[in-house]
Design a protein around this ligand. Structure first.
Ligand code: ADP
Ligand code: MG
Length: 705
């Protein structure tokens, strides 16, 4: 497809560069660059019929024109169209303008009519000489960038629309669900993509603008259906590509009466019985790993739902089958906790077999690290736990078959890919289990993770008491501290979370160090600890140990404790400047309490700052936290507040996002696309490819990562 405008050897003009930046390269890109809104220049309205607030076009004669100096310098032009008069005001104007708009001249003027004490007014209307033909279609207003004139984009798009070839890619038996619609001429088929695009770029004036604005118009439906289909196709393609890969078959040898399997031994050693939800996800994971294709599964479960033990049992399946497993966590603290737990659970069973659990982290001593690498390479380490140090180049696995990634959203795509390449062993791919406490709403999961199987732990372990959440202004901090003192005296433990570790000049954030000093002074007799990201791993470890053992009553921390930390006796959490945290982050933090049987509470302290009030989204986040403890509900509201782009983070942000479809509104179309995509790949592979190319172009590869 030729690029627009034609590429010449000369340096691209600023407008061309701006177009490229917007991704407007191919004809199809331009054809899919749809107007933000429209202006109706197809008719002339009589002033007397224009209501206040209407944007109208009038034709009128100037009856007065003067430059006023007070209260501000401005040009005031009074016009009359025979039905009524209107005052046009211009605060900035060319020197020649008063002369041009002399009394008696006629103009075609477009702007918003304002009422008011002094009669009708328009501020800074656009105007041109009266007369001339009226356009037949609404005038599109396109999204543009700096240095890119509206008229330039309009011309480029018009050219592209004439040139672009848009063969039908949908199979004849696969029309979108709203294939027909009614208009005044009776039942109509849904427009083709070409018809839809031509219409949306230049709609006829009889169309209801609301149907264009809310994207309910059949032309929009066609577009959204095609976009969703493209996305589903690329996801299914990725899934098919994965299905062609080979992975080790991980099957646990059956238990014998006198010799239960390693997995059975681990179950027997656990201090609790698995919940039915945990049992179910363990079965789902085991079934995946018993197949010769690599598993690609996301394990979702709210904070505290007990994902770690599922990871441990999955690791044991892998080990029992004679292979190695790696478990990676995003922070050293979290990895350390996992390590401690897994050593406790697994080593009594592994030790008699001459196997053990290895530890790999960035802050390790050279000698210790070398020893660990040796264990990993020889296969003596059946399980390797650590941070992303696990995927560094020097790490050679003996026969790695399963990788577990905790809090997967913390890892970038690059790291996940690196992990996969690590595991490649004799042409085999690893099984991949990702765990996340950030639930993905169903429509989003359907839309973006068609290439991912999802297991959900949908119930918390028994005996938990719900966390009570209170929202307090920070003016009541002293009162709060007094109440904490009473709670601490009863042996309860408290987390106190601050947003940043250092005072910054621009942002007045609590300083964790200052808070630590303040709380130590206010709570005599209580051991108050401090944990922040600038501390060394050894310091962090020492502090965590004191807190976990119950010695330390209160732990002041920055968000380093956000993920995964598990201290069941801690039942109170205070989050300072809660208005500055994201909703899912708040939920994660809150999940650190409510892990034991005692009633737990979370206090969200907010500060209104200089503006004297909270932002709307800040208010919404705090309200959501106070209203629900349910991670799925939180995720739904988070999506509502932030939109899917931010919600999903870097991977799906920007260009890879859906541009037209709205997952909340277009569930029907999404289901249609989801059903059609695999069928189309099988029976109409050429059209499927063409469709993906059209919509995703070079982005298709990126979407698969
Ligand atoms: P998360 O899903 O947030 O990673 P964890 O795996 O840290 O949750 O589990 C939270 C706590 O619940 C831990 O103390 C864990 O030992 C405990 N736990 C997990 N499963 C059960 C269960 N079936 N019964 C009782 N306690 C459990
Ligand atoms: Mg966890």
């Amino acid at each position: 497809m030729p690029a627009v405008p034609a590429v010449s050897a000369a340096k691209p003009s600023p407008a061309q560069q701006a177009m490229r930046k917007l991704g407007l390269v191919r004809d199809i890109d331009l054809a899919l660059h749809l107007p933000l809104r429209y202006e109706d220049e197809t008719r002339i309205t009589l002033l007397k019929n224009a209501r206040e607030g209407d944007s109208v076009q009038i034709e009128a004669t100037v009856t007065a024109c003067e430059v006023q100096q007070r209260p501000r310098r401005m040009l005031k032009v009074t016009v009359d169209d025979g039905s009524a008069s209107c005052v046009l005001t211009f605060f900035s104007f060319y020197a020649s303008q008063p002369k041009a708009m002399a009394v008696g001249t006629r103009w075609r003027i477009r702007g918003e009519v304002k009422g008011g004490f002094w009669g009708r007014q328009m501020q800074h209307p656009s105007y041109k000489a009266a007369g001339g033909e009226l356009p037949q279609a609404l005038t599109p207003i396109y999204p543009v960038a700096a240095g890119l004139p509206q008229a330039y984009v309009r011309r480029a798009i018009a050219t592209a629309l004439r040139r672009v070839s848009l063969p039908e890619t949908l199979p004849p038996d696969a029309q979108p669900p709203i294939a027909n619609y009614w208009n005044e001429n009776g039942l109509q088929p849904l427009p083709s993509l070409r018809e839809a695009l031509l219409f949306l770029h230049n709609p006829t004036p009889d169309v209801a603008l609301s149907a264009l604005e809310d994207h309910s118009h059949p032309a929009w439906q066609r577009l959204k259906a095609e976009e969703l289909l493209a996305q589903q196709l690329s996801q299914y393609q990725a899934r098919q590509a994965r299905a062609r890969l080979q992975a080790p078959v991980l099957q646990v040898p059956a238990s014998q009466a006198e010799q239960p399997s390693l997995v059975e031994q681990l179950r027997a050693a656990l201090p609790f019985a698995l919940t039915p939800a945990q049992e179910r996800v363990c079965r789902e994971i085991a079934a995946d790993m018993a197949r010769p294709q690599p598993m690609h599964r996301l394990l979702q479960g709210d904070v505290g739902s007990g994902k770690t033990v599922v990871a441990a049992l999955s690791a044991m399946v892998c080990i029992a089958a004679g292979w190695q497993c790696a478990l990676m966590a995003p922070t050293e603290i979290l990895a350390e906790q996992h390590f401690g737990k897994l050593v406790g659970w697994l080593e009594p069973i592994l030790a008699p077999l001459g196997k053990q659990v290895a530890w790999l982290a960035g802050a390790q001593k050279k000698k210790e690290r070398a020893a660990m690498l040796e264990l990993v390479a020889s296969g003596q380490a059946a399980l390797v736990v650590g941070t992303h140090a696990v995927i560094q180049e020097q790490v050679q696995f003996h026969n790695l078959a399963l990788a577990v990634i905790d809090e997967q959203h913390r890892f970038g795509v690059a790291q996940r890919l690196a992990l996969r390449s690590k595991l490649a062993h004799a042409g085999l791919e690893p099984h991949l289990l990702m765990m996340s406490a950030t639930p993905i709403p169903r429509t989003l999961a359907m839309s973006y993770y068609a290439d991912l199987d999802v297991s959900v732990i949908d119930a918390l372990p028994p005996g938990r008491t719900p966390i009570v959440t209170r929202v307090l202004p920070d003016s009541r901090k002293d009162e709060l501290i007094a109440r904490l003192a009473a709670q601490l005296a009863q042996g309860r433990q408290v987390y106190w979370v601050c947003p940043l570790i250092e005072e910054s000049e621009t942002l007045d954030l609590s300083n964790a160090t200052a808070t630590h000093a303040e709380l130590s002074a206010a709570l005599p007799g209580v051991l108050v600890g401090l944990l922040h990201s600038r501390m060394s791993a050894a310091e962090k470890k020492a502090v965590m140990q004191m807190f976990a053992s119950g010695q330390m009553g209160l732990l002041v921390a920055t968000t380093v404790i956000e993920v995964g930390v598990d201290v069941p006796n801690a039942s109170l959490m205070v989050i300072e400047h809660a208005e500055r945290f994201g909703l899912s982050q708040l939920h994660q933090l809150r999940g650190r309490v409510g892990r034991g049987a005692v009633a737990s509470a979370c206090v969200l302290l907010y500060s209104v700052g200089d503006s004297g009030k909270l932002s709307d989204s800040g208010k919404e986040r705090l309200r959501a936290m106070a209203e629900t403890n349910d991670g799925f509900e939180i995720a739904r509201r988070d999506l509502e507040i932030r939109g899917p782009g931010e919600f999903l983070g870097a991977r799906q942000s920007g260009t890879a996002m859906l541009r037209f479809a709205d997952l909340d509104q277009d569930g029907v179309l999404l289901e249609w696309a989801q059903e059609l995509a695999p069928r189309m790949l099988t029976h109409y592979p050429r059209q499927a490819q063409q469709h993906i190319e059209r919509w995703l172009g070079s982005k298709a590869e990126y979407l698969k990562a």
